[in-house]
Write a protein that binds this ligand. Sequence first.
Ligand SMILES: [Zn+2]
Length: 248
Amino acid sequence: MDEQLQELRTKIAQSCRILAMEGLVEGILGHVSVRVNEKEMLIRCRGDQETGVRYTTDDAIRLVDFDGKGVDLVGRYEVPKELPIHGEIYKSRPEVGCVIHAHPPSVLICGISELEFKPIFGAFNMPAMRMALQGIPVYPRSVLVTRPDLAAQMIEIMGDNNVCLMKGHGITVTGKTVEETTVRAINFHILAQVTLEVARLGKSAATLPPEDIAELPDLGSTFNDIWGWKHYVRKLESDDRTLSFADY
Ligand SMILES: [Zn+2]
């Protein structure tokens, strides 16, 4: 496998571990993929060494086509049951380079209790505020997305949005790169945590006035994605030191 693919495998494995570290995935559920070309993707699979998303190694990231087939599985790796979420998005949205599917409890609870995401904070987390401002599409079915026709329903509702709430299930997040998509998924989780906490307090928070929204700058992708990503990788490294080497 060439160097570029190896780098991507490492990055996808890091993304999986970061999502687990940040509480977006628990146990063995959740996956990250990257488009490699017009037919193939690298995706987090399960092998005989499977111990959960928090402990994802590069080895679990395999190259398959958009229907989940490929010699890279070598009969030892199983693609995710919800692979069509990834494959069908790559088939229908050429601008997407990375897909994350996760089950964050924060978003789950907001979804099933039908809490509305509103721009209730500003400089605290501007990308998350903009997510709420833009509106988050909701796929209303709680099914396991194991077939292309089910993925197609979700993709239609998602449109060209980069986030989708799957009611009673989880989230699907898209982006151009692993860095951008990972940070976006975490921001979605933060928006849900704040929304949930306000509701839990029995309060309602006012929507930001338009003049405050207009004041908020777009800090650009280096600030929002690259530095954010580097922070989570660094945090992961220090977090990982507390884990036994045997876990890997
Ligand atoms: Zn799922």
